[in-house]
Design a binder for this molecule. Structure first.
Ligand SMILES: Nc1ncnc2c1ncn2[C@@H]1O[C@H](COP(=O)(O)OP(=O)(O)OP(=O)(O)O)[C@@H](O)[C@H]1O
Ligand SMILES: O=P(O)(O)OC[C@H]1O[C@H](OP(=O)(O)OP(=O)(O)O)[C@H](O)[C@@H]1O
Length: 304
């Protein structure tokens, strides 16, 4: 197989390059996503490159914080990382968001010591802020800063929450999910900068559009399968309409005549989060033999 030369010699020249986080919060979910999308690969221990066995795709395992930059600069065709990282390290002219993946949900917040009692974020303009997101942080404080007294923003790569306690900052801009880290450091939210979640991103300049689109469709199929369940039940003719109202499906439910006169077997897609309520309501409408099935993968037109 042809390979590109130089630093990329482990990557076959015609392969799509896909970047996934090599560790941290997003890693496990990303591995599940790749498995669900049929992107099987073998990654030798301590190696950050792996070839997919059934697709011309090379996976590169990178720090989440670097992925949007590499996709934006065109070294990588497609990648998975947080919206926070995308905003910090790339711009809209380079990257398109193929899909929100629904995990890695958190908020980037201005946080100050509870003891300081800061209620208005404007009062932090011109003060010392420590963050792993200096560009997003600067854009946020620009709206309050004056040219003669800009906010002093310092970058750290981790443990941001420690900066106030160490006397290095008046406030921090850091991620909050449960709030446990923030509270343990004696901090509170003064303002929200942005919401974030994990994204599938594509470089606008990719030369492998067809294969990239196939990867996007596979991942979309898996995400949809994760979101929906199939409910199946039997109902008499007189209860059929009421049952169909409870679970109308995506387009319409599949209704088949049973061998018993006046009885039907019905199948419909329902949202996983609604499944217990839907089963209760179907039972209330007289449905019997109600079964719930998970799907491994789908190809559903989510816009219809
Ligand atoms: N507490 C959290 N809850 C949900 N998502 C988070 C949380 N912390 C981070 N993220 C998301 O995961 C991305 C990667 O963060 P993470 O802290 O895992 O990166 P890392 O620095 O590579 O890993 P580590 O912290 O293990 O060194 C963030 O940019 C953000 O989008
Ligand atoms: O609100 P919580 O649920 O406590 O989550 C928020 C924490 O999670 C992330 O850090 P992480 O634990 O990944 O480590 P890091 O500080 O090394 O980035 C983030 O930077 C916060 O510190």
């Amino acid at each position: 197989m042809a390979t590109v030369t130089g630093n990329n010699s482990m990557i076959p020249a015609d392969n799509v390059v896909m970047a996934v986080p090599k560790k941290g919060r997003l890693y496990d979910r990303c591995m599940k996503l790749l498995a669900g999308a049929g992107m099987d690969h073998r990654r030798p221990a301590r190696v950050d490159i792996a070839q997919c066995s059934d697709l011309p795709v090379t996976l590169v395992f990178l720090p989440a914080h670097d992925i949007a930059m590499f996709v934006g600069e065109g070294n990588v065709d497609i990648g998975i990382t947080g919206l926070d990282v995308v905003k910090e390290t790339s711009d809209d002219s380079e990257i398109e968001v193929a899909m929100e993946l629904g995990f890695g949900k958190c908020r980037l917040c201005v946080q100050a010591p509870v003891s300081a009692g800061i209620t208005d974020v404007k009062t932090l303009s011109g003060k010392r802020i420590v963050t792993s997101f200096p560009a997003v942080c600067k854009a946020f404080f620009d709206q309050y800063d004056t040219p003669d007294n800009p906010t002093k923003i310092k970058y750290v790569s981790g443990s941001v929450e420690a900066a106030c306690g160490l006397g290095l900052a008046d406030a921090v801009v850091d991620l909050v999910e449960t709030g446990t880290t923030m509270k343990a450091a004696g901090l509170e939210v003064v303002a929200e900068v942005m919401d974030s979640q994990c994204l599938l991103i594509v470089g606008k300049g990719t030369k492998h559009r067809e294969m990239v689109d196939l990867i996007v469709r596979r991942i979309e199929g898996y995400i949809t399968a994760e979101k929906y369940l199939m409910v199946s039940y039997n109902t008499s003719k007189e209860n059929l309409e009421a049952c169909k109202q409870v679970a109308p499906g995506k387009r319409s439910p599949t209704v088949s005549q049973l061998d018993t006169e006046g009885w039907f077997a019905v199948q419909a897609l329902i949202l996983k989060k609604d499944s217990s309520r839907v089963m209760d309501e179907l039972q209330g409408c007289g449905a019997t033999d109600i079964l719930l099935f998970a799907m491994h993968n789908t190809r559903i037109n989510t816009s219809s």
